[in-house]
Design a protein. Sequence first.
Length: 299
Amino acid sequence: MSDANKAYVYALISVLCWSTVATAFKIALQDLDIYQLLFFACCASSIILLIPIIVKGEFRLLIEEGTKYWRRTLLVGMLNPVVYYIVLFAAYDRLPAQIAQPINYTWAIVLTFFSVIFLKQKPLAPDYLAAFICYAGVVVIASQGGLDNFDISQLPGIALAIFSTVIWASYWVLNVNDPRSHNVAMCLNFIFALPIVALVCWAMSSFQIGLHGLLSAAYVGVFEMGLAFLFWSKALRLAENTSRVSTMIFLSPFLSLFFIHQFLGEPIYLTTYVGLVVIIIGLMVQRVGISRSDDRKTG
């Protein structure tokens, strides 16, 4: 199999992993609170991220970069996984999965404007249009069948879901000038965060969980926090055309709605589909604008 075809296979695996996590979050939160879920998921993801480091003989590099860049690792690890997943799990704990999941996809819009503020990049006209379209989609999804059905009690959950996109975008802004090796950096973030997550779980909850809760948390850690990112990173490295491979991510939210309906039994409202399509259109408008800007720079 050629590297190009392998890239699509790895990307598809990542998409499938991410498509199940909204359902997995809700199932896990039936047995665990957000702090227990975070701790046990981080334990599982740390192991998954450490395995390829050991297999590739990069353990010494892990120690060297962890020692040299411990301040950066601690800061970035506090953002992701600690704060990001606490906020994201709290949003899922308060919202139907079909609302929380599409909102999370608007992080790319936040990242664009953070790049303007912190990286001094120039905004493009399509960026403003894309932001308007995406957040219009969020409003449509939040209506759950019509504005007359809007549940004001869900506003805190929606605010948390939107805030999670701010944290995730902040994490990627910090990654732009990260001198650490990519896979090593991800592993270090989780290893450094693990004692903090353990302390938070001890202070806010307990470590006593049943087998079903443990398996649910392990699934989240292995597939959402671990394998999905490893395979996605591999796909982008092997791709002949990164843009084409990246477009596959748009399959994930639609597959996710299928799993949400099948395994959680949530009735999927027409407005959810409409709002999700609107968000995807907004993201595509943003991507087209970026592509045209890159073409002008290289032309």
